[in-house]
Design a protein around this ligand. Structure first.
Ligand code: PLP
Length: 417
């Protein structure tokens, strides 16, 4: 189902414009169409921001109700007997989505905190060496790297995204990248760059915030050393959902949590005065997990239970390819900044992107704006339809025609964009 950049039989001589009927045909042919019903999506809204905050999966409210009333209300402290395993059992659901071995992923804390934990380990022997990342990386990742490099006495080398491979040399201790660029949607070649890092003796750390849930990732197959990612984007875990952290089995015995706490202890309820790390992935935990958020994330992951991730990736290609082609045909005022090797979003550049995105939100087409001039549209494969893409592009064209940049309501910046 990899289509609309080139519909079946099309050559450049026969190329014709895409129609709404083409989009309907693609939906009719979509093996994942039924997954749309697994989400509570409000009427009258075209939601293209699931890469920032995934929508509410059906079943999460019921699960939270049950955790609140039965487990907390009636079970009280006795419920800790089941809650205690949630960071690992939820971690195993994430492991299935990122191609990790069982019991190598733990859920908890935020992506920022988890990145601190793994990067500290990745750079701890880097004294005098370089740590390579790219200039498109998410700011929190850059802040974490700057801090960890300072502590380890390493040099942070921030290179252009397409120069990462050339920056790898014998003095590099770690390569730390986000696979999909949050601004442009550009996707790094994770297996190749991981292998190149290993060739020069560096460890490879990947942030999968914009990857997991949008396409399959083989962290184990690619021999990734450490990985982290968000629970609330394509994994739909809810606002502020805990994040996840992966440690390759070969690193588990020597992994040192820089934030030692009792939940990372081998036997928390022995209340021993000295810290002894847990033997497995639990050593990456810190303190008491937020059970309500964790339970919501755990329930949200069940939407993936029977879903073929190869089909998810194919649909992501189809949706983003359709969007790019329609933008090419119908949105000449915009520059498409998302390349062919991409995640599940399309980013369009326009001088007045901010005002256009604000007007679109008012009209129920929810994408987002990334400074300085990018309108970003997340096309989450589980619930976005090809006809939604058609409607979104039509609405974007209509919004531009209305020139919202002349309207004060759409030009003043809000705190969250
Ligand atoms: C969304 C995102 C984060 C967010 O980190 P939090 O700690 O959850 O606020 C970090 N890194 C990347 C690459 C992201 O896309």
């Amino acid at each position: 189902m990899n289509v609309l950049i080139r519909p079946p039989g099309e050559t450049w001589q026969t190329r014709r414009v895409i129609t709404l009927d083409d989009c309907r045909a693609l939906d009719a042919d979509d093996p994942l169409l039924h997954l749309h019903d697994r989400f509570e999506l409000p009427d009258g809204v075209l939601y293209l921001d699931g890469n920032s905050l995934g929508p509410l999966p059906r079943g999460v409210s019921r699960r939270l109700q049950q955790v609140i009333e039965d487990e907390w209300g009636a079970g009280l402290i006795r419920s800790w007997d089941t809650w205690i395993d949630l960071p690992r059992t939820t971690g195993n659901k994430v492991a299935a989505l990122i191609g990790a071995e069982p019991d190598t992923v733990i859920v908890g804390d935020s992506t920022t905190v988890n990145l601190h934990k793994v990067v500290t380990n990745a750079v701890r022997n880097a004294d005098g060496g370089r740590v390579v990342t790219d200039s498109g990386n998410f700011p929190t990742d850059l802040y974490v790297l700057a801090s960890a490099c300072r502590v380890a006495g390493a040099t942070l080398d921030i290179v252009e995204p397409n120069a990462v491979d050339r920056a790898l040399a014998d003095d590099v201790a770690a390569l730390v990248l986000t696979e999909v660029d949050f601004r442009t949607g550009r996707r790094h070649d994770l297996p190749t760059l991981t292998a190149l890092a290993h060739q020069v003796g560096a460890v490879a750390v990947w942030d999968l915030a914009h990857s997991a849930g949008a396409f399959p990732i083989g962290v184990s197959a690619a021999d990734v050393d450490y990985a982290v990612g968000c629970g609330y984007k394509y994994l739909n875990g809810g606002p502020g959902a805990p994040a996840y952290l992966y440690i390759a089995p070969r690193h588990l015995p020597t992994f040192e949590n820089p934030v030692t706490g009792w939940f990372g202890h081998a036997d928390p309820f022995a209340f021993a005065p000295e810290f002894t790390p847990a033997p497995g992935i639990d050593r990456a935990a810190i303190g008491t997990p937020p059970i309500l958020s964790l339970a919501a994330f755990d329930a949200a992951l069940d939407v993936f239970v029977d879903v073929d991730l190869a089909a998810v990736e194919a649909k992501s290609r189809s949706l983003t390819g359709l969007f790019i082609r329609l933008a090419d045909e119908q949105l000449p005022e915009f520059e498409v900044v998302t390349p062919d090797r991409r995640g599940s979003q399309v980013s369009l550049r326009h001088q007045y992107a901010y005002a256009i995105v604000r007007l679109l939100v008012d009209r129920g087409v929810i994408g987002d704006f990334r400074t300085p001039d990018v309108a970003r549209f997340g096309l989450a494969p589980l619930y976005t339809r090809h006809t939604d893409v058609w409607n979104a592009v039509a609405q974007i064209a209509a919004a531009v025609a209305d020139e919202p940049w002349h309207d004060e309501r759409y030009t003043g910046r809000q705190r969250v964009t």
